[in-house]
Design a protein around this ligand. Structure first.
Ligand code: FES
Length: 119
């Protein structure tokens, strides 16, 4: 993984298959999870807003990630917290594919609307 100028080179797009997610860590940025939802790519903060669980260790289904600890759910497309005990939305980040690499724009305004496509 490489973090340069607010851009995180997360993983090869070929490794992020539809219906999967991957936790990305670097020494220079908070952990991020990247998702492939039916060919559209999204990125959110990895840490659950309820406590300190890694969402990448939960389940991804129909664009929603479930926390592995207390089962809060978040919409990975918008970051919206969908159920208790989480009441705070996740930060989301634009994603693009650059030379076959899933790239997260960490310095961009939080947005769930500029996801990249894996195709
Ligand atoms: S740590 Fe995620 S719901 Fe409690």
């Amino acid at each position: 993984m490489q973090y340069t100028g607010g851009r995180l080179a997360a993983c090869p797009v070929a490794e992020l298959l539809p219906g999967t997610m991957q936790r990305i860590t670097t020494p220079d940025a908070e952990p991020i999870t990247v998702y492939n939802v039916d060919g559209e790519l999204y990125a959110t903060a990895d840490t659950c807003t309820h406590a300190l669980a890694s969402l990448a260790e939960g389940d991804l289904e129909d664009g929603e990630v479930s926390c592995p600890v207390h089962w809060a759910r978040f919409d990975v497309r918008t970051g919206a917290a969908l159920c208790f005990p989480a009441t705070e939305d996740l930060a989301t980040y634009p994603v693009e594919v650059v030379d076959g690499t899933v790239t997260v724009l960490l310095d961009a305004e939080a947005s769930g609307s500029t996801a990249g496509s894996a195709t």
